[in-house]
Design a protein around this ligand. Structure first.
Ligand code: G16
Ligand code: MG
Length: 211
C-alpha cells in the first residue's frame, strides 16, 4: 500500500545521534550548562541553531547573535571531527537490508535529515546511491517537528504523503511524519515514541509487509 519509504538518518541508519550528543555536551559544559542523555533526547531532529537555543535556555539572552553562531560553529567543527573517520562499519544492523528490501518491493526511497552534514555521512557510509532523493537540509526552512522536510521528500519522489512510510528515532521526527499525514514507524522505545503507528527497536526488525 506504500509507494515510498522516507528514512531519517541520525539514529536510524547510523548512530551519529551519539556524535551529536558528544559535541553538544562539550559545547554546553564549556559555557557551564549541565547536559545529559535525557536532555539530548529533546534535541534529536532539531536543527543546529534550534538545538543551541534549547541548550542555552534562559541564558540565551546573555549572548549576541554572533557569539551564538560561533558556538554553533564550534559544535559543528567537533561533530565533523567525530564523523571524519566513519565508514561502512558504522551502518546500524539491518540498515542496508532494509534499504534493499524497500528497493526489491519496487518502492521509492527518500532521506529526510535536517543535518547539513547528511551528504557527508552518506558518502562515508557508502549508501548515497541507494536513495532516489535526499532532501538538502540547507533548503528547509522549518526544523522537525514541522512537516516540511517529509512533505518535501514526498513531493520530490512524486508520491502523495498518504502513500509514504516515514522512519524516525526522534520524538520531533515522528511528530513531523504524522503532521505530514504519513504512516510513522518509530525506531527505539514505544514509551518515548508515543505518537508512532508502530515502533521497532532497530532496522534489523524492519518488515515492510507488517505496516
Ligand atoms: C539531525 C540530528 C540533530 C541535529 C540536526 C542538525 O537531525 O538529529 O540532533 O541537530 O541533525 O545537524 P547539523 O548540525 O549536522 O546540521 P535528523 O533530522 O537527521 O535526525
Ligand atoms: Mg534521527
Amino acid at each position: 500500500r506504500f509507494k515510498a519509504v522516507i528514512f531519517d538518518l541520525d539514529g536510524v541508519i547510523t548512530d551519529t545521534a551519539h556524535y551529536h550528543y558528544l559535541a553538544w555536551k562539550r559545547l554546553a559544559e564549556s559555557v557551564g550548562v549541565h547536559f545529559d542523555e535525557a536532555f539530548n533526547e529533546h534535541l534529536k531532529g532539531v536543527d543546529r541553531m534550534g538545538s543551541l537555543d534549547l541548550i542555552l535556555g534562559e541564558a540565551a539572552r546573555n549572548y549576541s547573535a554572533q557569539q551564538k553562531l560561533e558556538m554553533a560553529d564550534a559544535k559543528n567543527r567537533h561533530y565533523q571531527d567525530l564523523i571524519s573517520t566513519m565508514s561502512e562499519a558504522d551502518l546500524l544492523p539491518g540498515a542496508v537490508d532494509a534499504l534493499a528490501a524497500v528497493r526489491a518491493a519496487g518502492l521509492r526511497i527518500g532521506l529526510a535529515s535536517v543535518s547539513k552534514n547528511a551528504f557527508t555521512v552518506l558518502e562515508h557510509l557508502g549508501i548515497r546511491g541507494r536513495f532516489d532523493y535526499v532532501v538538502d537540509a540547507a533548503t528547509i526552512t522549518h526544523s522537525k517537528p514541522h512537516p516540511e522536510i517529509f512533505l518535501t521528500a514526498a513531493d520530490k519522489l512524486g508520491v502523495d504523503p498518504g502513500e509514504c512510510l516515514g522512519v524516525e528515532d526522534a520524538v520531533a521526527g515522528v511528530a513531523s511524519i504524522k503532521r505530514a499525514g504519513m504512516y510513522a514507524l518509530g525506531v527505539g522505545s514505544p514509551e518515548v515514541l508515543t505518537q508512532a503507528d508502530r515502533v521497532i527497536p532497530g532496522l534489523d526488525q524492519f518488515r515492510l509487509e507488517d505496516y
